[in-house]
Design a protein around this ligand. Structure first.
Ligand SMILES: [Fe+2]
Ligand SMILES: [Fe+2]
Length: 189
């Protein structure tokens, strides 16, 4: 897929605020690709399209999970987890995206997982640190990325923050997120 096609798809589908976020994630991911030696185009495409399914109907998303025999654990979750895997599914089946790096990055940006690919980690982190994010602690994570250049540590800190947030709200934790936390806890230094 060409970059211009990804831009048009995101622009047509998403509300302006979410489209602008997608552009910032794509740009941040490209910046990070340069630092960490990843493929810039893959980072751009996955960044631009990661939230493509963000506002899709939950029932439709669950139908897709069942029809295509996707991970049944998805059925216990709403859009917060599902919009990544569903975006990857739509891009693969309707728009001919075949690149595994791009598909994995879209799929797992909502949950993380253990042992992510470089492109996956970049999109996961870029989504959290794009310039307009004002989450507590985000400045420290930007420093870990752009000054310390420690991508695994950034993945760990983001996953930890997400877990603490979810637990504080009594929310369920997707099992791949716990695996992500444990894995990057081990490899972060
Ligand atoms: Fe997202
Ligand atoms: Fe996002």
């Amino acid at each position: 897929m060409k970059k211009s096609e990804a831009i048009s798809l995101a622009k047509e589908k998403l509300p302006d605020r979410r489209y602008q976020h997608s552009c910032r994630v794509a740009d941040t991911a490209v910046q990070m690709a340069e630092i960490f030696g990843a493929n810039e185009k893959k980072c751009f495409l996955a960044g631009m399209l990661h939230d493509y399914a963000k506002y899709d109907d939950l029932k439709d998303m669950h139908k897709i999970v069942k029809k295509y025999h996707m991970d049944p654990e998805y059925l216990q979750y709403k859009s917060e987890i599902l919009h990544g895997p569903i975006a990857a599914h739509i891009m693969k089946t309707e728009y001919g995206v075949t690149d595994a790096d791009v598909l994995y990055a879209m799929e797992n940006h909502t949950s993380g997982r253990s042992n992510m690919t470089l492109v996956e980690k970049i999109v996961y982190v870029a989504d959290y640190i794009e310039p307009k994010r004002e989450i507590p602690g985000v400045k420290g994570i930007r420093k870990v990325v752009f000054s310390d250049k420690n991508l695994d540590k950034a993945v760990f800190l983001i996953t930890k923050a997400n877990l603490l947030h979810l637990i504080s709200k009594d929310r369920m934790i997707f099992s791949r997120t716990i695996e992500c936390y444990n894995y990057y806890n081990r490899v972060k230094e």
